[in-house]
Design a protein around this ligand. Structure first.
Ligand code: HPA
Length: 275
C-alpha cells in the first residue's frame, strides 16, 4: 500500500514539523538531492542548519557509502533551499517509492523545484568521465514505478517534458557563462546494484540512452506527481561497461564523482539564484 499523500491539504508530516522547529518556518524554494560522491555540494550553503536523516521520519536510511546522511537547510544563490546529502535507492530494498516521504516533505516546506544529481556511466564516446550530462529525458528500464499502489488518479502522471525545458536552457546559458561544458541526453535507469553487463550497455545504446545509472528516475516520477519542476544532472564517472578499459566499481564512482562535483558546485548556485 502506498503511503498516504499529505500534500493536498492534509496535516503536516512529522518530518516537516521537525524541520520547521529546527530550521525555522520560512518556506524553501527548492530541494536538492545529491548523488554518490557529491554530498560535499551541501558545504556551499550559508547559515546552514543540519538535521540528521535519522531524526526525520521517512528520510533515507543512509545505507550507501559515498552518500551523506543529513538534510541541510540554508541559503544558496540568495534562496532558501533544503539539500538532501544522500538518497535511498530502489536497489537497497526493492521499494521504488522510498524517496516519496522526503519529496512530500520538501513540497510541504514550500519547494516548487527539485534539483537532482547523480553519478552515471556514459554511453557516448564524446561524453567522458568528469563531464556533466544534463538529463533531457529518461528510460525507466528498471520497470518499477514508484506510483504503483497510489490509489488516486494522481498516479496517472504525464511525463512529457518531465525535465523542465526552461530550467535546462537556463542551465545551458549559465554553463556557457561560467565555461562549464554541459552535455544533454537520455538517462536509462537500471535497478543495480550490480553494474551492467557489456550486452546490457549495448542494448541501452540501441534504445537511445546516453547514460546509465541506478537512481533519479523514480524520484522524478514522484516529483512530477507532486507538481515539482525538475532539473537533473549526471556527473559522469565512467564509460558504460565494455566501452573502455577502466575497471568499474563503487570506489571508482566515488573517486571520479569529485570532478563533476567541482563543476556542479559552480553551476548549481547560479541556477538556484535564477529560480
Ligand atoms: N552504471 C550504473 N550506475 C552508475 C555507473 C554505471 O556505469 N556509474 C556510476 N553509476
Amino acid at each position: 500500500m502506498a503511503p498516504r499523500s499529505r500534500s493536498r491539504g492534509k496535516s503536516m508530516s512529522k518530518a516537516a514539523k521537525t524541520i520547521r522547529k529546527i530550521a525555522g518556518n520560512e518556506p524553501i524554494v527548492a530541494g536538492v538531492i545529491l548523488g554518490s560522491g557529491l554530498s560535499e555540494l551541501g558545504d556551499l550553503l550559508i547559515d546552514r542548519v543540519a538535521i540528521p536523516f535519522s531524526e526525520l521520519k521517512g528520510f533515507p536510511g543512509g545505507g550507501v557509502s559515498g552518500h551523506g546522511r543529513d538534510l541541510f537547510v540554508g541559503t544558496l544563490g540568495g534562496k532558501r533551499i533544503a539539500v538532501l546529502t544522500g538518497r535511498e535507492h530502489y536497489y537497497e530494498h526493492g521499494n521504488a517509492a522510498a524517496m516519496r516521504p522526503a519529496l512530500e516533505t520538501l513540497s510541504e516546506l514550500g519547494a516548487t523545484t527539485l534539483l537532482l544529481t547523480n553519478s552515471a556511466g556514459s554511453l557516448d564516446p564524446g561524453t567522458r568521465p568528469g563531464d556533466l550530462m544534463m538529463i533531457a529525458d529518461h528510460i525507466n528500464y528498471a520497470g518499477m514505478n514508484p506510483l504503483i499502489g497510489e490509489p488516486s488518479d494522481r498516479r496517472f502522471v504525464n511525463m512529457v517534458n518531465a525535465y523542465d525545458p526552461s530550467l535546462r536552457s537556463r542551465a545551458i546559458a549559465i554553463g556557457a557563462r561560467l565555461d562549464i561544458s554541459l552535455k544533454e541526453g537520455v538517462y536509462l535507469w537500471y535497478s543495480g546494484p550490480s553494474f551492467e553487463t557489456v550486452a546490457e550497455i549495448q542494448m541501452a545504446i540501441r534504445l537511445g540512452a546516453n547514460a546509465v545509472g541506478m537512481s533519479t528516475a523514480p524520484e522524478v516520477i514522484l516529483a512530477r506527481m507532486l507538481g515539482l519542476r525538475v532539473w537533473a544532472c549526471s556527473s559522469i564517472t565512467n564509460m558504460g561497461a565494455g566501452l573502455s578499459d577502466e575497471h568499474i566499481s563503487h570506489e571508482h564512482t566515488k573517486l571520479m564523482a569529485v570532478q563533476g562535483a567541482k563543476k556542479l558546485k559552480r553551476l548549481i548556485p547560479a541556477l538556484v539564484e535564477e529560480l
